[in-house]
Design a protein around this ligand. Sequence first.
Ligand code: SOE
Length: 397
Amino acid sequence: MSSHDRLLRVGMVGYAFMGAAHSQAWRTVNRVYDLPARVRMALVCGRDEPKVAAAADRLGWAGYTTDWRRLVESDDVDVVDVCTPGDSHCEITLAALAAGKHVLCEKPLANSVDEAREMVAAAERARADGVRAMCGFNYRRVPAVALMRRFVADGRLGEIRHVRAVYLQDWIVDPQFPLVWRLQKDRAGSGALGDIGAHIIDLTQYVTGRRISGVSALTETFVKERPLPAGSSGLAAQAGGNGHGTGPVTVDDAAVFVARLEGGVLATYEASRFATGRKNALRVEVNGSRGTLVFDLERLNELEFYDADRPVTEQGFSRILVTEPEHPYLAAWWPPGHLIGYEHSFTHQMRDFVEAVASGTDPTPSFADALQVQLVLDAVTRSAERGAWTEVEPVLA
Ligand code: SOE
């Protein structure tokens, strides 16, 4: 089937940072990949009419609405892309699935395990009618990360012993940075833990193919009160509020935990928005009996590999330049040796999603995979509260 045979009309709810990243990917995906369906950017939704109209124009959407229910129910929409804060993921997704729309929902899937379970159940019901659902953990689609998973699956690391994962940012180090939605539990569910910790939880479970089975955690909110925001939101907000008082920060600023993965793997995780100087630093190291792999987002076109099978005189870390057509996702991009960036991970995500929807297969990460991450987030929170080791239950017991 050629990409002209089938049209997938997308409606996206939310158009801020993630909405812009998704828009860029929807715009690009058919230009790079030969897919069994053609994407049409049909409708974008936001609450503020002048702003959403401007966003539609800037980001390339054919139309806009201020009512997400209208978008979800529109006959001109086949796929609903949920890019809103976590407090509306569940409601929008349930309505979209009930309306027979395929759903791509940003991470973390929900603000609670209960909501995530409801979403999994709804996705399972809709699947019987051919409806597909996926959660947007974009870092899985960085070619070096996909290659890392391939190496582990091929046994190149031998027995996996350790996982060491950090995701560090510093955008709220200034105590005058305002109380944006990401710092409010009722909107975001949790802080650094759910926002960036969720990425390294998903990424390490994906790369190793093993589930986190238990955790012992510490969380901290370093700045407990912040100025109320002047209007701009998320990471785009400038330091300093509107001068009308302060409010409590109700999420964690940082979370650290040790964990066990299935099969006896010992792991450490750190997610912080207070790592001064670290802007968006995600690093994962996996040690096995036959080697080590290291991925660093700041050098996302590379993978470090220590191969203990090489003669001792040749051992040492080598740098694999993940830029070749033989590497995951890259054949469609540039000639060998040419680099890609952050936004490509979203284009790859849309490629996989469109392929799955158009070919009637299940995209990953599924909502069940995302629930597994949510269960870890929940266990970390409870462990930190209780000061005790906390088991993580498996989704598919
Ligand atoms: C904010 O911390 C954020 O935009 C996350 O929400 C994204 O998932 C991450 O990719 C970059 O940082």
